[in-house]
Design a protein around this ligand. Structure first.
Ligand code: NAD
Length: 523
């Protein structure tokens, strides 16, 4: 490890964030409801850092009672908040952005400690929150409907957008702040309240966020019940999913999780917004500029230790380049610095836990049984802190086999070769998931086909850009087993609102639509 490792720990970060609780408590609150912490010291979970498996303390777990209390408080807050003009709500979001910017570095370090990301990626994650605040602030003056030409004389036909109420947000460990922020900032600007069930693997980031936002809400006289956090595992998520006062559940995580909750929310006629697993591919065409493609492949495949929903899992290389690409990738992989993410030189931090590590090892064995050749990596790293560190792996496969149909949430890259663009696109599309995809080509025709209706079937289709690292301006999300949700930019705000269609008659007659003649006697 390099000498630049500052080795900061939780109490230092907590002091930077001015969160006394983090310094004092051994039991983190099970919930934070309307500005008040709720504890549970009889039902808890041990929380540790993936960096060195050192304990951060114990996390109290919320029960259905806390979830329901959070939802009730949120509903009450919503009733007041929806009367605030949206641009006035925007000023609160602007103040949140200022607070986040002031604490950006400390928040990023908390992400490093809890999720094991390297610091530059963690800073990027906090920046996404700030960017989303900017976006939401602008959106506060653009929550617009439509005026549509009416077929009836002296009539107006309108569409308006109204807030939904309480938005339940369930998030994954790998983006412990940004994914919640995408949802929460838009939900709030639209006039909703939010109850957040973060991942049980990254609860302290959630406590820091709710702490920061609650202070801003108080300073601006906004209802503090607008944001609550309930801590725990799937059981706590279930209580949120089943609460009829939650019209929208926005859930980010594995496809398995989405499969469990979508029918439950639908059964009570709620809405779900699903951001689930990906199985992303990148095509290297014969004309690809390898000086762009290779760094994009490496960042997409090993960034966040392969634990991004958009991480590159499948590399589809034209047969004329496959030897060269594999050889150059192996060479670059041999230079990757793997280790403590607090070290400025590190590019690949730890996996989140031992289950993730075991899963990667199993998938490598399965791929080899399918005829795959391990070109590099896959070894557990020694000489780094006691965490789950692994060398990113590349496996060349003879064909696309069953092991490649599932998402392996680790730095495991499968390589395939292709001969025609049709074949490459078919390989790209032949998996159940449909999140991110990319092609590296200098051939305009190939690029246009790839992003056309005949090309990639994914929610994200890039040209000469890797599969991971999306900007907030566009709508983010994927098709098929990725869940179909769209969050973040563009018109994703509409997911947090309900549409009201209004017909207004300003005339002296009562004409019916479609010319229906319904004569009744009024005298
Ligand atoms: P996970 O599915 O294990 O957990 C995600 C969240 O769902 C956690 O908060 C968990 O407690 C909760 N949960 C799990 N089962 C539940 C149930 N039955 N009812 C209610 N809540 C439940 O996922 P993870 O391991 O934390 O994260 C990795 C996964 O998330 C990967 O598949 C990754 O691709 C996906 N992900 C997707 C996106 C996206 O935008 N598409 C973004 C980040 C992560």
């Amino acid at each position: 490890m390099s000498a630049q490792n500052t080795g900061y720990r939780l109490n230092q970060v907590a002091s930077d964030l001015h969160i006394d609780q983090f310094q004092r408590e051994e039991f983190w609150p099970a919930a934070y409801i309307a500005g008040h912490a709720r504890h549970n010291v009889s039902h808890y979970l041990a929380v540790s850092s993936p960096i060195d498996c050192v304990s951060h303390g114990h996390l109290g777990l919320a029960c259905t009672v806390e979830v329901n209390a959070a939802v009730t408080a949120a509903h009450e807050a919503f009733l007041a908040w929806r009367t605030w003009p949206a641009p006035k709500r925007g000023l609160v979001i602007k103040a949140i952005a200022q607070q986040v910017a002031a604490q950006k570095h400390a928040l990023a370090r908390l992400i490093v400690l809890e999720a094991g990301k390297i610091e530059t990626e963690a800073c990027g994650e906090v920046q996404e929150w700030i960017d989303l605040c900017d976006f939401a602030l602008g959106q506060s003056r653009q929550l617009h409907g439509l005026v549509i030409a009416s077929e009836r004389e002296s009539h107006n036909l309108l569409e308006q957008w109204h807030p939904l109420g309480v938005v339940g947000v369930i998030t994954a460990f790998n983006f412990p702040i940004a994914v919640w922020a995408w949802n929460a900032m838009l939900a709030l600007i639209c006039g909703n309240a939010v109850v957040w069930k973060p991942s049980e693997k990254t609860p302290l980031c959630a406590l820091a966020c709710v702490h920061l936002v609650s202070q801003v809400l108080q300073q601006h006289g906004a209802p503090v019940g607008l944001l609550s956090v309930v801590q725990g595992d799937a059981t706590v998520g279930q209580a949120l999913v089943q609460n009829p006062l939650v019209p929208l559940v926005s859930a980010t995580g594995s496809t398995r999780m989405g499969q469990a909750i979508a029918p439950q929310v639908a059964a009570r006629f709620g809405r779900s917004l699903l951001e689930l697993g990906g199985n992303n591919a990148l095509i290297v065409a014969p004309s690809a500029d390898l000086s762009l493609a290779l760094p994009a492949i490496v960042f997409s495949a090993v960034g966040t230790c392969g634990q991004r929903c958009t991480s590159l899992r499948r590399l589809i290389v034209h047969h004329s380049l496959i030897e060269q690409v594999c050889q150059q990738l192996c060479q670059i992989y041999s230079t990757l610095v793997i280790g403590d993410p607090r070290d400025a030189a590190t590019l690949v931090g730890p996996l989140i836990d031992g289950i993730a590590l075991q899963n990667m090892k199993n998938k490598i064995e399965e791929a080899i049984l399918d005829g795959g050749v391990l070109l590099t990596g896959g070894q557990v790293r020694v000489g780094v802190p006691v965490g789950h560190y692994v060398q990113p792996a590349i496996i060349q496969m003879p064909r696309q086999t069953r092991v490649m149909m599932e998402e392996t949430f680790a730095p495991l890259l499968f390589v395939l070769s292709y001969r025609t663009l049709d074949e490459a696109i078919a390989l790209n599309n032949a998996v159940p998931q449909g999140l991110s995809s990319a092609i590296f080509t200098q051939d305009q025709r190939e690029a246009a086909i790839f992003i056309s209706a005949l090309g990639s079937d994914c929610g994200l289709a890039n040209v000469n850009v890797g599969t991971s690292g999306a900007e907030i301006g566009g709508a983010f999300g994927g098709e098929k087993a990725t869940g179909g949700g769209r969050e973040s930019g563009s018109d994703a705000w509409k997911n947090y609102m309900r549409r009201s269609t209004n017909t207004i008659n300003y005339g002296a007659q009562l004409p019916l639509a479609q010319g229906v003649d319904f004569k009744i006697k009024t005298e």
